[in-house]
Design a protein around this ligand. Structure first.
Ligand code: NAD
Ligand code: DAU
Length: 351
């Protein structure tokens, strides 16, 4: 049987690297192509353990480059795409929306066009678009996002992801492209870039620096361990229904301030500090513009139809994550040197 060629975009990023590792290791009969242009968030150190595997190839390219995408599809004749490449940080989208429009919208369309032009026989072909629960907007105290919830994005990031979701569906409805979409809640785990709440707080606690909490810390996020997201993507890619959307989440809601308190407790223990030491670092700062109050995913469809459920409880996942950061000092040093300092000062010094 011919080898199945799978293109994963954004595979050097946080979630992408876990998806690439899973696919390379679980499917030795597939060839996995990881396409990434290595922005500040892309890091080949995330993939050291798979880079010499015979079923893995890295391609450095920008998804916005339509001609390049066409020529790569012609050259490799990919059978499937798992599309994760994106600008992913809400705060950056507030300061610089255009990069989000280019990568998340134009980049997605350039990939869709390459698939549409090169997939003459659609048998066995699939374009799987990885998206976010932020497209649904913000919840009040009650309720959950289901696959039927109306789109209502607020940040430039979520609006760009909502737009890309609509375009993926449009290529299915208009041109018959076989597509699937999943919308997931907040991920955490190893290799998470320290601009996002959990790794930023771990980094600051470790260095006894202030932990910036936006507003009153009352916003709620629904946290999922990154490897559980990767397992859901694997399952949906193989068993999900073409044309369908699946919500992914762990029914694991936390107010930001409660999460930070728990993290402080775990880190005090791990670092041999007296209980209560790290909570003194909590610093309330100016709120994020347009800050969504609450996200909560109803993942019943994924559970009922495909039997998926998360493997880890939050406290266990958070401890594993802290352990990873404490034993990967060099990784953290590499990603927080250079441009990171400039970004951090720009975001937080006068906040
Ligand atoms: P990330 O920022 O860590 O990684 C993004 C990757 O995409 C990086 O490796 C980067 O180099 C690459 N990339 C960016 N622009 C590119 C371009 N123009 N061409 C090629 N590669 C490019 O992001 P992440 O947190 O791993 O998120 C991955 C995907 O999952 C995104 O689509 C995001 O919207 C979605 N998502 C993320 C979360 C989360 O909690 N992080 C939750 C739900 C969905
Ligand atoms: O819900 C899925 C989304 O989760 C993904 O689509 C995004 O790519 C991902 O970045 C994440 O978005 P959030 O904005 O929810 O994640 P972030 O880690 O930036 O923020 C989590 C919460 O913590 C949010 O309410 C803002 C708050 N926060 C964040 C930072 C960086 C703080 O209070 N202080 C901070 O310094």
């Amino acid at each position: 049987m011919a080898t199945r060629k799978i293109l994963i975009t954004g595979g050097a990023g946080f979630i992408g690297s876990h998806v690439v590792r899973r696919m390379v290791n679980h499917y030795p009969d597939y060839h996995i192509y990881n396409l990434d242009n290595l922005t500040y968030a892309g890091n080949l150190e995330n993939l050291r353990d798979v880079e010499s595997k015979p079923n893995y190839t890295f391609i450095k390219a920008d998804i916005v480059d339509g001609e390049k995408m066409q020529s790569l599809f012609q050259e490799h004749n990919f059978d499937g795409v798992i599309h994760l490449a994106a600008e992913s940080h809400v705060d950056r989208s507030i300061s610089n929306p255009m990069e989000f429009i280019m990568t998340n919208i134009v980049g997605t369309v350039s990939l869709l066009n390459a698939a549409k032009a090169n997939w003459k026989n659609l048998e066995g072909k699939l374009f799987y678009h990885v998206s976010t629960d932020e497209v649904y907007g913000s919840l009040g105290e009650e309720g959950f996002f289901t696959e039927e919830t109306k789109y209502d994005p607020h940040s430039p990031y979520s609006a760009s992801k909502a737009s890309s979701d609509h375009l993926v569906r449009a290529y299915h409805d208009t041109y018959g492209l076989p597509v699937k979409i999943s919308n997931c809640s907040n991920n955490y785990g190893a290799n998470h870039f320290p601009e996002k709440l959990i790794p930023l707080a771990i980094h600051n606690i470790k260095n006894s620096k202030p932990i910036p909490v936006y507003g009153k810390g009352e916003n709620v996020r629904d946290w999922l361990y990154v490897e559980d997201h990767a397992s859901a993507i694997d399952l949906i890619f193989h068993k999900g229904k073409v044309g369908d959307t699946y919500n992914i989440g762990g029914f694991n809601e936390w107010k930001n301030i409660d999460l930070i308190q728990l993290l402080c407790k775990i880190m005090d223990k791990k670092l041999g500090r007296a209980e209560g030491t790290s909570t003194k670092l909590i610093t309330y700062v100016k709120d994020r513009a347009g800050h969504d109050l609450r996200y909560a995913i109803d993942a019943t469809k994924l559970n009922k139809e495909l039997g998926w459920k998360p493997s880890l409880q939050f406290e266990e996942g958070l401890e594993k994550t802290v352990d990873w950061y404490l034993s990967n000092e060099e990784w953290l040093q590499h990603v927080t040197s250079g441009d990171y300092q400039k970004y951090y000062e720009g975001q937080y010094t006068k906040r």
